[in-house]
Structure formats: structure tokens, C-alpha cells
Design a protein around this ligand. Structure first.
Ligand code: KIV
Length: 628
């Protein structure tokens, strides 16, 4: 939160509409572009002497009709969001079903073409979450445009996974099964212990099986394609096309490829796979070398027309290509540099999606993260100013394009009507609502009501309630798991004279009050022990961190904790087949640091309790369960 806070704290108005910056200094990335024209070589490094006629080309074309294996407009790139599947595989990012549903709704607002809602065979909880999303988000057809996202479920190449995925997604208006099997030598030998021919046969029969269930939208991924033998790839992809695959996703599973290499991989597949003209090619780029966005764009330029991405770039290890980076790259440079490629994303919902995912997963966005980082639009101080000659600052403010290539409004931030506005105890509900909107929060009346009440309480104690305070309050009140236990009161004594002691009063879901006291090595330890005595759900504290979101003695402190339950909360990892124990994050905010800490702990416990204890699938290791 501190990072986010830094961005919004007492800043000058930096949100502006600006022309593109005059010199783009990207690294020299060469790749092929192909939009149904012959390949041509281009470089992203360019120097525009004059801004092009429009600031940012607004692609006016509407979203083409959805046909699983074909996109009527050759320049349209489908956005496949896998925040809820690959993103949720990030350690500590466990989401409850309600949180997944909230995120899925936000993804639909963004207009993503396909939502990968989860891996239904991972656990009963995952299955239920995908099914709920399929029923609710997968049927919410936009009356005006007819848009409804495809709801996709991941499955390994075995009948049980595929059936489970289908049972979960079949309620959607546009259901998709995404099945995968590893094709690289290292994976086939050490993970699958299968020969190439066995793998081809499994892939073929499982895609056929998925189609036989009545699913007419089947995506196939040769896992670790980035390290797979080319000819073998052409062969297996050709075979699955024959039996009805409609999208072929090419994962750089370990994030090893360079943009030129990944672009060539897609181009080669396009040129050499029999029947490829009848399917959509997709990218799935992990970020192990920090190249996922570049690789994704290289893939699209080479002919891929679906990009797999996540909000904030979360995902396994170093994450995935981030939706906001890829989409904004198409928006800013699509028309002029990327041969007219465009997406159907309504970028004004990006900030809210980013905040929601950040809060629910507990995975904080680094301040300098492109597009959504706290500093992404903050450049009124530091080196830019130092470089300016006296008087030039005024010039820069009038001509923000000097350093800014994206308008903050484009991603859902609004320019403040008053510079450095700070709310106080006389500020009303409207002022609060307006300010939160400017900060990118789209809250409903009930959420606003709750925030307002807490805002008033803080404003009574602090003269100035800053943006950072507001963000902490929203985090504390809106992005919280369903309440199982609620903190009512607490009292601690601590110091050098003896053990710390805490008394905690909690309310359970039935409204009953419970009180417990405990001693501990410090105030937080004693308070957590008192909570444990009431909740009786053993958990190990894995991480604890605290930030003061504003300067000064009356700062609001936000706490983040990560816990692991001592009971199962197990899940099956899609790629490795391992049974993993889930971890749960919680955040709390308050002007009292112990209260903030206890709220965070209770938040994590609530999340853990909300995530019902489920045993993973029995046949969890791919090699034992494939039915060739
Ligand atoms: O990284 C990967 O290979 C995947 C596949 C399942 C698409 O996540």
C-alpha cells in the first residue's frame, strides 16, 4: 500500500492528455509482422519527429463476431485473461470464490474476450468458482453489443480433468475447454515419462474427447513449446487441428525465449503446421527474463491473434505478460507500428481491475510497474525537473507529452479538479465519492456508505485525510473476504516491565461475541494468540509487514500478513500435478498499529475459513492419469 500511497500523496496534478512522446527509446527488438500481408521486418525503436495527426489512434472498429476458430477481422487480437488461473497460481494469491467472481465481473467490464476462470479439477472449490463464473458472468450478455466473454476452464490431457472442466464451463453461453500436455524433451522425459508418439496420441484423443462432450471451442497448448522440437510441434498441432482444436496456444512456459525467437516460433508454426489456417494462434509468455510483454507483441506481429495475459502480470514465478502493458502497447502503437493490430478492451477499467487484483491477491504492484504502478504518471519531481532550464517547468506542464505517452484518463484515472485536494472532517459524501472516482475506484452505494463512515472516524482524528489514507480505507473496507469473524474491541498492554497482554473481543457470523486474553512476546503476538484462542483454527504466520501510508505521527498503518492453515486447504497444481497447500493473505488498516495488525490477521483467517477445506483430485499426477 505504501507504494500506491506514495503516488497519490500530495501530488501536483499530473494527469493530462498528451501527444505521444517524440522519441521512443525501446530496445532494439526485431521481429516479423504479419497481418495477412507478406512478412516484413520492423523495429520497435523509432524516433518520431512530429506527433502523428491523432494523439492516440482510436480504433473505431467494433468487436468482430465470435467464432471459435476464426476471427473475421484479421487485425483483431483476442485478449484471453488468465488472472484467475495462472495468476492465482502465484504463491499466496489464493482467491475465494466471491473474489474470483468479483474479478471475473471486472474482466467482463474490461471486455476481455476469454476469461480463463480456473482449473476446475484442482479442487471442489475451484470447480465451484468456475461454474459460478460460467453461470453468472458467462451469461451476462451486453444488450447493446451482444458481447459476452467466453468462459474457459483448464484441464490436463486426461478424461477426468476434461469432463470436470466441461461440467464447470458448460453453463456459459460460450464455453471453452483448454487442454494441455507437455511437448518439450525435458518435460516428456522427466515429467510425463512418455514418448513423442504417446504424447501425440494422448493430445489427439483428448481433444477429440473434449469435442465429443459437445464443446465446440477447444484450445490446445503444447506446454513448454518454447523449448520443444519444431517438427514435433508442427506434427502434434496438425493432429489436434484434425480432431477439432479451435485455438492453438503456444506457451513459453519457462519464459526463456527472446522476442525475435518467439516471433519466429509463431511464424514457423504458421508456415508449417497443416491446417493452421483453420484455427486461431495464441501466445502465453511467462516473464522469467522480463520479456513476456515483448514476446507477446512479437507473437502477435508474427500472426498470433490471441494473447494470454494477466492483470498486473501476476502468475507463476516471475509472472505472465501483463494485460495492461500488452493492451496499451496495441492502443498506443497498434495503428502506426504494429500494422493496425487492436483489441476490444475498454482500457478505462484497467486501474480498477489492477487495484482489485492487487488487493484480493495481496500481491502488491511495484511503484515503477508500467501503466498501473504508483509512479507511472508521477514525474513532477526529480530528474525531469533538474534537467529543465529555469522556467521550463511551466512549459512542461503545458506540454505533458514531453514525458508522457499515455493519458491517465485512458486507463481510468481522472484528473483532479483541484490540485492536491485533501479531504477533512467537513468534507461530505459527494466530495469523498468524487475523489475516490478520481483515484480510479468504481464503488457502489453500499461500499461508499461504509467507507464514508470510516472516513468520518479518521477525519475526526486527523486534520487532513489524504489520498493515501483513502486508499488504505478502501483496502480495509471494500476488498475484504466475507466476514466470518469480526474484530469488535481490543486492549493491549506492553512495554519493558513484563509480558505483553492482550484482550480481544470478536464477533462470529451469528453475531455472538467472544472474548479471550493471552500473553505474548509483544503486543501483536499476544493479540494474535488471543484471536487464536477464539477462532480455534490453527494457522502459521508466514509473513508480516507493515507500512505507514502517510508521513506523520497520525499516519494510517496498513498491515499485510500471509498465513498457512494447519488443516489441508489443498489444491492440485495444474502443470506439476503436485498437491500444494494454499496460503492466504490478509490486509488491515488503522491508525493504531496493533489494531491494523489484528485486522490483517483476521482478514487472512476469514479468507482461509471461506476457502472450504477440500481434498485435491485423486489422480493428480498427469502421467498416471492420462487415458491414451
Ligand atoms: O505456462 C504454461 O505452459 C501454461 C499452459 C497450461 C498454457 O500455463
Amino acid at each position: 500500500m505504501a507504494a500506491t500511497a506514495a503516488f497519490f500523496t500530495n501530488r501536483q496534478p499530473t494527469f493530462i492528455l498528451s501527444p505521444p512522446k517524440t522519441k521512443v527509446n525501446a530496445s532494439q527488438l526485431f521481429f516479423h509482422c504479419n497481418n495477412s500481408k507478406p512478412f516484413f521486418k520492423t523495429t520497435i525503436s523509432c524516433s518520431l519527429q512530429k506527433p502523428p495527426p491523432s494523439l492516440y489512434p482510436r480504433i473505431t472498429a467494433t468487436r468482430p463476431e465470435y467464432i471459435p476458430n476464426r476471427i473475421p477481422d484479421p487485425n483483431y487480437v483476442r485478449v484471453f485473461d488468465t488472472t484467475l488461473r495462472d495468476g492465482e497460481q502465484s504463491p499466496g494469491a489464493t482467491l475465494t470464490s466471491k473474489e474470483k467472481l468479483d474479478i471475473a465481473r471486472q474482466l467482463a467490464k474490461l471486455g476481455v474476450d476469454i476469461i480463463e476462470a480456473g482449473f476446475p479439477a484442482a479442487s471442489k472449490e475451484d470447480f465451484e468458482a468456475v461454474r459460478t463464473i460460467a453461470k453468472e458472468v458467462g451469461n451476462a450478455v451486453d444488450a447493446e453489443s451482444g458481447y459476452v466473454p467466453v468462459i474457459c476452464g483448464l484441464s490436463r490431457c486426461n478424461e477426468r480433468d476434461i469432463k470436470t472442466a466441461w461440467e464447470a464451463v458448460k453453463y456459459a453461453k460460450r464455453p471453452r475447454i483448454h487442454t494441455f500436455i507437455a511437448t518439450s524433451g525435458i518435460h516428456m522425459e522427466h515429467k510425463l515419462r512418455k514418448t513423442k508418439q504417446q504424447v501425440v496420441e494422448i493430445a489427439r484423443s483428448m481433444v477429440k474427447f473434449a469435442r465429443s462432450l459437445g464443446c465446440d471451442d477447444v484450445e490446445f497448448s503444447p506446454e513448454d513449446a518454447g523449448r520443444s522440437d519444431r517438427k514435433f510441434l508442427y506434427e502434434i498441432l496438425g493432429e489436434v487441428i484434425k480432431v477439432g482444436a479451435t485455438t492453438l496456444n503456444i506457451p513459453d512456459t519457462v519464459g526463456i525465449t527472446m522476442p525475435t525467437e518467439f516471433g519466429k516460433l509463431i511464424a514457423d508454426i504458421k508456415a508449417n503446421t497443416p491446417g493452421i489456417e483453420n484455427v486461431v494462434i495464441s501466445t502465453h509468455c511467462q516473464n522469467d527474463l522480463g520479456l513476456s510483454t515483448a514476446n507477446t507483441i512479437a507473437g502477435a506481429c508474427a500472426g498470433a491473434r490471441q494473447v494470454e495475459v494477466t492483470i498486473n502480470g501476476i502468475g507463476e514465478r516471475a509472472g505472465n505478460a501483463s494485460l495492461e502493458e500488452v493492451v496499451m502497447a496495441f492502443k498506443c502503437r497498434g495503428e502506426h507500428i504494429l500494422g493496425g493490430l487492436y483489441t476490444g478492451i475498454n482500457t478505462r477499467h484497467i486501474v480498477m481491475a489492477s487495484k482489485m487484483v492487487e488487493e484480493y491477491t495481496g500481491l502488491h504492484v511495484q511503484p515503477h510497474k508500467a501503466i498501473v504502478g504508483a509512479n507511472a504518471f508521477a514525474h513532477e519531481s526529480g530528474i525531469h525537473q533538474q534537467l529543465l532550464v529555469p522556467g521550463a517547468m511551466d512549459g512542461m506542464l503545458k506540454h505533458k507529452g514531453t514525458y508522457e505517452i499515455i493519458s491517465p484518463e485512458d486507463i481510468g484515472l481522472e484528473r483532479s479538479s483541484e490540485a492536491g485536494i485533501v479531504l477533512g472532517k467537513l468534507s461530505g459524501r459527494h466530495a469523498l465519492k468524487d475523489r475516490l472516482k478520481e483515484l480510479g475506484y468504481e464503488l457502489n452505494d453500499e461500499q461508499l456508505g461504509t467507507i464514508f463512515w470510516h472516513f468520518k472516524a479518521v477525519a475526526e482524528q486527523k486534520k487532513r485525510v489524504t489520498d493515501a489514507d483513502l486508499i488504505a480505507l478502501v483496502s480495509d473496507e471494500v476488498f475484504q473476504p466475507e466476514v466470518v469473524w469480526k474484530l469488535l474491541d481490543m486492549q493491549v498492554t506492553c512495554g519493558t516491565l513484563g509480558l505483553s497482554t492482550a484482550t480481544v473481543k470478536l464477533m462470529d457470523a451469528n453475531g455472538e461475541e467472544h472474548v479471550a486474553c493471552s500473553t505474548g512476546t509483544g503486543p501483536v503476538d499476544s493479540a494474535y494468540k488471543a484471536v487464536d484462542l477464539i477462532v480455534k483454527e490453527p494457522a502459521t504466520l508466514l509473513e508480516y509487514s507493515m507500512n505507514a501510508v502517510t508521513e506523520g505521527i497520525d499516519a494510517i498503518a496498513t498491515t499485510r500478513v500471509l498465513i498457512r492453515g494447519e488443516k489441508s486447504q489443498l489444491s492440485t497444481h495444474a502443470s506439476t500435478g503436485e498437491t500444494v497447500q494454499r496460503t492466504f493473505s490478509g490486509t488491515g488498516a488503522g491508525m493504531d498499529i496493533v489494531v491494523s495488525s489484528v485486522k490483517a490477521y483476521i482478514g487472512a483467517l476469514n479468507k482461509m475459513l471461506g476457502f472450504k477445506d477440500q481434498l485435491p483430485a485423486k489422480d493428480s499426477v498427469e502421467r498416471t492419469s492420462v487415458s491414451a
